[in-house]
Design a protein around this ligand. Sequence first.
Ligand code: NAD
Length: 330
Amino acid sequence: MRLLVTGAAGFIGSHYVRSLLTGAYPAATDVRVTVLDKLTYAGNPANLAPVRDHPGLTFVHGDICDGPLLADLLPGHDAVVNFAAETHVDRSLSGPDAFVRTNVLGTHTLLEAVRRAAVPRLVHVSTDEVYGSIDTGSWTEESPLLPNSPYAATKASADLLVRSYARTHGLDVSITRCSNNYGPYQYPEKVIPLFVTNLLSGGTVPLYGDGRNVRDWLHVDDHCRGIHLVLERGRPGEIYHIAGGEELTNRRLTELLLDACGAGPDRIRHVPDRPGHDHRYALDDHKLRTLGYAPQVPFPTGLLHTVAWYRANPDWWQPLRHGDTGPAAP
Ligand code: NAD
């Protein structure tokens, strides 16, 4: 199988490629992977270091908005998995242009290139944030799209373009929407790595508002296993939720991180809430479970392993912090 994976020098895509090339998915034998990544601030070649010399890996430094490059690269690939995106909600409040460009125009450029090159399969990675906020219960794949941040709006726009290419052009494409991810190699602007690296550096952690916002946490390894299952067994034109089943308030998450880092509540710094901050996200993942999916990493174990990874790898995260210890929320 020849796969083109976009955005794989970032957090989740790199985990997916490392898993693919180290035999984590038994049915995926003889895999060759082309990684296409623009290497924005969030892309880091060090994320692929464990598989850098794997003969099945080719890295291409490039942009999903570059149609001619895609036209050159895509022929011969059996499938594309699209992780490439601008991903940090806070940045989408202060600088939304890059989000519209990559998340909307980039996805469209990729869809058009996949159609023209007749690539047999595409999986597009999206987010629960496209649904907005839900106080009780959980969203199904049929729930209305009501995004509240520019990030979420661009992801929802991309999802609608993907749907249109499935309906109009018969493209064999599935969409995945997942909960908040955590795990090693996550850029230290997102809440878990930001808080952990602040604490390990002797600093404080900025908690938004009253800390009562609720998020469902999904280990990156479970997320990638779900994506691969959708690649292999998902139906064309369908959307699949990938949930972690671990709902926590941000305050509770903060307490767990303080404990894991051996720090006390005096290290919490309260900061004004983010504008338009969604109260709660929750996904019904029944549809993917009928394909055999179940998350395998219990949150307490995954969190402790994640903290241990950041503790053991300051060389990875220290150059990325730039003294930026400000607000971050999932
Ligand atoms: P990330 O920010 O860590 O990585 C994004 C990668 O995309 C980077 O390597 C970056 O260089 C690359 N990229 C950005 N613009 C590009 C472009 N124009 N062309 C090519 N490459 C480009 O993101 P992540 O957390 O790994 O997220 C991956 C995907 O999963 C995204 O689509 C995101 O919306 C989705 N997602 C993430 C989470 C989460 O909790 N992290 C939750 C739900 C959905």
